[in-house]
Design a protein around this ligand. Structure first.
Ligand code: UD1
Length: 419
């Protein structure tokens, strides 16, 4: 298994390009199942989760090709199996996103239940409840969700809590349903809006995406189009924290500052000087040490849970005391113990991490069990004395495109060692 080795102490400076969003490309790849002709997806990030989704679709008989621009062309007309196996769903929970499209287009789907994961129990009960309300027969047998329907019927779906992939699954299912579906208390994440934009280009009739009420008027068919995926706001946020934590100065290109308000606001509170244009962000610390900040995670547009671990790293070396409260997932502080091993002074009280910033961390051998936690350890390594070795980096490769190359481009001393 590959490792990353970082020698801390470099101040990050320079320019990098931000990749397409993991959490937008995965639902869009699932949405291709709804189209009756090939869909071309542009701005594809090279991530392990994208490869896993290609494998999942490929096993169903979907034809996938990469064109000369590295766009993925997906042709779902050759599909022959409506089945998502445990061994793939287990490694990538977002595989559940094929459930809604398969059921809506073909009237049947057998998808493994994802099971628990490192950051909490993460049930999919709301996905199932929504499909049942649209007339599907859904049962769980031998660890699989078995769903059957003639044609889904539009319904009013009031979501008990805000779920991103739940909203996406039901929105995709509703595109080919008979009649109109209303999703209330819908997730407002920009990736939900991106998916709705893509579906609308394919011929769907969706309005209200980006608000908490989404209206989907069912249509008879969706067709292939070409679509460019939105930039990754979490990748962008992670590199901004990397610059802030090292007292550096970076410019991110091909990004979208308008969907990053909460994160940019917290970085400004930490003392960063931030300027933005339509598709770029520049952060300058003027060599200063950051100030600790207080943040609390919640659904968009509030502070994203996917940036929580990175800000825990920031607070660990900032001036003063800061608190980070996690309200979305029940068990998302595995990085704290590893940071404590690097000399961070963090105290966990329920779902809050209180940290008293130290001047520097110390390098150590660390590992993490989820994607963003692993990334936060890379950030910690950038400001640790000596060498930090991060194990199990396949988690990072699931969601960050060539992280070591992008950080090295900004001057970090980082290398990948094949294991
Ligand atoms: C998505 C993102 C993930 C991000 C998360 C929260 C993708 C591929 N992943 O995950 O990166 O961290 O949103 O922003 O887009 N819940 C239920 N029942 C359900 C569904 C969810 O109880 O049927 C709970 C979850 O356990 C969790 C909360 O709802 O506590 C929010 O989860 P959800 O928004 O569904 O996360 P994901 O869509 O899995």
């Amino acid at each position: 298994m590959d490792k990353l080795i970082i020698t801390g102490g470099e101040v990050l400076e320079g320019e990098i390009r931000i990749s397409g969003a993991k959490n937008a490309v995965l639902p869009i790849m699932a949405a291709t199942l709804l189209a009756d002709s090939p869909v071309t997806i542009r701005n594809i990030p090279h991530l392990h989760d994208v490869t896993t989704t290609m494998e999942l679709l490929g096993r169903m008989g979907v034809h996938l090709t990469l064109n000369e621009k590295m766009d993925i062309v997906v042709d779902a007309t050759t599909i022959h199996s409506l089945y998502a196996p445990y061994e793939l769903v287990r490694t990538m929970r977002s595989s559940i996103l094929v459930l809604g499209p398969m059921l809506s287009r073909f009237g049947r789907a057998d998808v493994s239940l994802p099971g628990g994961c490192a950051i909490g129990s993460r049930p999919v009960n709301l996905h199932i409840k929504g499909l049942q309300a649209m007339g599907a027969e859904v049962e769980v047998i031998n660890g699989y969700i078995r769903a059957r329907v003639g044609r889904l019927k539009g319904a009013r779906l009031v979501m008990d809590l805000v779920t991103v992939t739940g909203t996406e699954n039901l929105m995709m299912a509703a595109t080919l349903a008979e009649g109109t579906t209303l999703i209330e208390n819908a997730a407002r994440e920009p990736e939900v809006t991106d998916l709705a934009n893509c579906l609308n280009c394919m011929g769907a009739k969706i309005s209200g995406a980006g608000t908490d009420t989404i209206v989907i008027e069912g249509v008879e068919r969706l067709s292939g189009i070409e679509y460019k995926v939105l930039p990754d706001r979490i990748e962008a946020g992670s590199y901004l924290v990397a610059a802030a934590i090292t007292g550096g100065h970076v410019k991110l290109k091909d990004t979208r500052p308008d969907i990053m308000d909460a994160v940019l606001q917290s970085l400004r509170e930490a003392g960063a000087d931030i300027t933005v244009g339509d598709d770029w962000i520049e952060l300058h610390m003027h060599g200063k040490r950051p100030r600790a900040v207080d943040v609390s995670t919640a659904p968009y547009p509030a502070f994203p849970t996917d940036m929580q671990a990175q800000f825990t790293a920031l607070n660990a070396v900032s001036e003063g005391t800061g608190t980070i409260t996690e309200t979305v997932f029940e068990n998302r502080f595995m990085h704290v113990q590893e940071m404590q091993r690097m000399g961070a002074k963090i105290q966990l009280k329920g779902n809050t991490a209180i940290s008293k910033g130290v001047e520097r961390l110390t390098g150590a051998q660390v590992m993490a069990t989820d994607l963003r936690a692993s990334a936060s350890l890379v950030l910690a390594g950038l400001v640790a004395d000596g060498e930090t070795t991060i194990d199990r980096i396949y988690h990072i490769d699931r969601g960050y495109e060539r992280i070591e190359e992008k950080l090295a481009q900004l001057g970090a001393n980082i290398r990948r060692v094949p294991g």
